[in-house]
Design a protein around this ligand. Structure first.
Ligand code: GRF
Length: 208
């Protein structure tokens, strides 16, 4: 299965995906990586792995529709079966989301529906959550609101800072995202009428 990964910054999830592919544990081909940010550090991970990159800078487009049209054109040129958002920091419009319905996923650093949006680690501490984590979800037209595929839970420690909590969550993200992408590539995972199906059953009922 061909996969296109969209990033905006550091690209550590992209790097985890590339490492899993290189290790033979993730049976996909990363056909291309796209960043909306020309300075994204993650672009170097793609280049180092010999993967084609495209920069589509949203500043170059007056209207969001035009930016997204360029984005869709670049994605479709790589004919992916799956589009993976990995720290992609632009909100995507309904036309984009409709086009990739059921084959567009995102990773978010919280236990959704708790803590959508930004600064999740700081907010988990401010709000004294005892548990934090990360979520992989299909993207539907609702920010951080799509149907959940899988979550990983991380206990909050009394001495945690936002940085220490982020580091532990991020390490889990790097295990979770390649695993979920593998399910999809193996044909085990799909979105049917708003319900996430894994191995033929609604995902909430699957024990992992
Ligand atoms: C991750 O925490 C991810 O959950 C969120 O943005 C961050 C991206 O980090 N969507 P990286 O660019 O993959 O290192």
């Amino acid at each position: 299965m061909r996969v296109v990964v969209l990033i905006s910054g550091r690209g550590s999830n992209l790097q985890a995906i590339l490492e899993a592919v290189a290790a033979g544990t993730l049976p996909v081909m990363v056909a291309g990586v796209i960043s909306n940010n020309p300075g994204a550090r993650g672009l170097a991970h793609a280049r180092d792995a010999g993967i084609p990159v495209a920069v589509i800078d949203h500043h170059d487009y007056a209207r969001r529709d035009d930016f997204e049209a360029a984005l869709m054109q670049a994605i479709d040129a790589w004919a992916p079966g799956l589009v993976v958002l990995a720290g992609f920091m632009r909100i995507l419009g309904p036309g984009f989301i409709r086009r990739y319905h059921g084959r567009l996923m995102n990773i978010h650093p919280s236990l959704l529906p708790a803590l959508p949006g930004l600064r999740t680690h700081e907010r988990a501490l401010e709000e004294r959550h005892r548990e934090h984590g990360a979520t992989v979800h299909f993207v539907v037209d609702q920010v951080d609101g799509g149907p959940v595929i899988a979550q990983v839970r991380v206990p909050v420690q009394p001495d945690d800072t936002a940085a220490s909590l982020e580091a532990r969550v991020l390490a889990e993200e790097h295990r979770l995202y390649p695993r979920v992408i593998r399910w999809f590539a193996e044909g085990r995972l799909s979105l049917h009428a708003g319900t996430v199906m894994l191995d033929g059953a609604p995902v909430a009922q699957v024990q992992r």
